[in-house]
Design a protein around this ligand. Sequence first.
Ligand SMILES: Nc1nc2c(c(=O)[nH]1)N[C@H]1C(S)=C(S)[C@@H](COP(=O)(O)OP(=O)(O)OC[C@H]3O[C@@H](n4cnc5c(=O)[nH]c(N)nc54)[C@H](O)[C@@H]3O)O[C@H]1N2
Ligand SMILES: Nc1nc2c(c(=O)[nH]1)N[C@H]1C(S)=C(S)[C@@H](COP(=O)(O)OP(=O)(O)OC[C@H]3O[C@@H](n4cnc5c(=O)[nH]c(N)nc54)[C@H](O)[C@@H]3O)O[C@H]1N2
Ligand code: SF4
Ligand SMILES: [Mo]
Length: 736
Amino acid sequence: MGSLGIVPDMSERRFRICPICEAACNLEVKLEGEHIIATTGDAADTFSRGHVCPKGLALPELHDDPARIRAPLVKRGGAHVAVSWDEAYAAIAAGLGGVRERHGNAALAVYMGNPTVHNFGLTLGFSEVVKALSPGQFYSAGSIDQLPKNLASMLMFGNGNAVPVPDIERTDCLVVIGANPIVSNGSLWVVPGFRRKLAALKARGGQMVVVDPRRSETAGVADLHLAVRPGTDAWLLAGLCARLIERGRRPELPARGIELLTDALATVRSAETRCGLSAGTIDALADRLMAARRPAVYGRVGTTLTRFGTLTSFLIECVNVLTGSLDRAGGALFPEQAYVAPPRRRVAQMFGRFTSRVRGYPEVMGELPVAGLAEEIETEGTGQIRGLVTIAGNPAVSTPDSDGMARALGQLEFMVSADIYLNETTRHADVILPGTSPFNDSHYDQFLGSMGYRNNARYSPPVLPLRDRPDEWRMMLGMAVAIREGRPGAPEELDAFEDEVVVAAIARHVGGDGVLRGRDPHEIFQAIGPARGMERLLDLGVRAGPWGDGFGSREGITLEDMATSPHGIDQGPLRPRLAEVVFNEDGEINLGPDAIIQDIERLRQEGTSDGLLLIGRRNIQTNNSWLHNLPALGAGPRRAILEMHVAAANARGIADGEEVCVASGAAEVRATVRLHAEGDPDTVVLPHGFSELSDASQPEQRRGPNSNRLAPADHIDGLSGTAALNAIPVEVTRLG
Ligand SMILES: Nc1nc2c(c(=O)[nH]1)N[C@H]1C(S)=C(S)[C@@H](COP(=O)(O)OP(=O)(O)OC[C@H]3O[C@@H](n4cnc5c(=O)[nH]c(N)nc54)[C@H](O)[C@@H]3O)O[C@H]1N2
Ligand SMILES: Nc1nc2c(c(=O)[nH]1)N[C@H]1C(S)=C(S)[C@@H](COP(=O)(O)OP(=O)(O)OC[C@H]3O[C@@H](n4cnc5c(=O)[nH]c(N)nc54)[C@H](O)[C@@H]3O)O[C@H]1N2
Ligand code: SF4
Ligand SMILES: [Mo]
């Protein structure tokens, strides 16, 4: 046991967990001096076992990318110019301070983008910025992603972070709804090498069913592909749950509300074929689930990014409960991780405690839906948003009604971004703070840690030292101090602030009900040691965690053990632990919460749409709106192409390869069409994340129609306010 700072690993073979997607593959990094030559999958990794994809292999290009922002930038006379750190902090202090003075804290908002969750220092540091800023509104990429899943878990378990994952190593029937893990490498489920695990599942006699309007890469290798109509999975799942109940299935776990759920499902049962599948097909699926020993049902963005995202997510877990699979080996279990955050007071229902100003959208876990942000910026009145901080996010491309978002960003009085590129969003920022290369910082997956297909403890020290600049943790603390003091902080002020943050975290651990309860905070502070950086917080959380040494109170691991285990420490298969994650006061699962029962009534009243519906897709060489600028990932055929079924194309006189206009209630985009003859005939598919900036600084590989211009801002999940970026009604016509 010893103290641990950010000490670069100078050994010959260096390793780094890839921070790009949710597979968390460990990479072996080949260097010549300080030049990164290549990355490969680490075959010895106890968790990712050598898996790697083109994005992980392209990370050396990210490290060397000349377009990557390396110095703080300030906008002067319309152009971004490099400035010193103190100049940037001074500009932030003056700019955000000015907005606060003129309009109050209610006029400030923050938006936290996706890469934040892959960056421990940024996540923790950003929370200090939020404390210092005390903004009126908090937004994140969660409301264009997984928030419906969090809300469903909150309504069911009283814990928005209790998200079960399929036990892929032991299940005999995996049902994947609205996810394409062969390309996305999994989401809210850390499952590197999905394809190999699927092969093993099939080899032991198991099967996979995929529910997806498109014959996706994953659907293509399924034993059964059900081409559901976009946005209608709630009907399918309602029919499925109703059947399981009719056939006598009841929760085997402590649960209440089954009667309420049963009655509500009966009201939509007759309309179940709106999902585009026949009653016989739904029967057969129910038969399959009942015949399986331990089925596991899993849903992702094809289910969450719809108008019934929360209800759909809730019903997926209902199926897991009714098949006896929830919290059982082989079914869907709640993973554990090495690090535990400093304990907080448990709040079982973090939903609807306040609402957004313009549309009255309810809060979910403290955040508001980003689908409403542009209106909050553009609508006058008290609380109008005039100052914005974006952290590792590109809302101008990733969120609905991108035209409205871009317009709104241009109207802000002051905007700060922390990012690594100048893009559709950051070009509006008055100050940009530069992120770092993944090879210059250390890594621990705080969010993904509790979503693994297996329990494990892994940490990467920095591959290369960071010179002449702070890491993102320290950068965020610098920003927090600048906001607090109204001027840049001196180095010793930042050191003192770091200590303050560590002391506060220790206080929460010793005052909580975990393993450090009642311990001497001073002794723990000494034991962590004096090293700077987010490592002290990580060491604290690991030693207080399920496998930690409790600072000498038991046998266990420390961060140093993880740092000296470059291939990770395997903690075995997932184990049942429902009682630890259910925060409902009676300890029971709630199958009939009011919000869900009411939403089933909304489902009953929902109309059907007969026309074309637009959904998204991902490509192995892209990651949302960034990274496809790298040469290795930009190579190959164009990707921002509209997929269309021949039947729908023939009806409109559209030929393969033709230029078309895609129009929705929000906007029109031009796209090239690629015809196929698989899946739901009225589904059209366009990937998100492409840029329509005419700016010559944007590389060709990033150019393409921005599909989110087509998404209307009010096309949302009625419960969580999450953008329904899938199943958007569109029309497609020939150009000219
Ligand atoms: N290569 C690559 N990998 C990524 C990313 C990336 O951009 N590129 N992004 C990462 C991120 S941030 C995330 S959140 C994950 C997402 O991971 P996934 O959820 O696996 O993402 P997708 O590949 O978009 O798969 C969604 C699937 O849902 C289907 N779908 C669309 N609408 C519906 C519907 O209404 N019903 C049903 N049943 N299916 C529908 C689509 O056809 C698609 O196959 O991927 C991560 N991994
Ligand atoms: N139509 C449609 N739209 C979608 C989706 C979909 O399936 N269909 N998927 C949605 C999903 S799941 C997500 S998660 C969102 C993502 O939405 P966002 O998080 O808003 O957008 P990203 O494209 O991930 O942009 C990430 C930004 O972070 C920057 N960045 C990358 N690494 C770092 C770093 O280490 N430090 C810092 N400071 N910055 C960094 C990049 O340059 C980029 O500007 O998009 C959503 N949008
Ligand atoms: S699948 Fe690719 S992008 Fe995702 S973590 Fe692994 S190497 Fe990185
Ligand atoms: Mo995401």
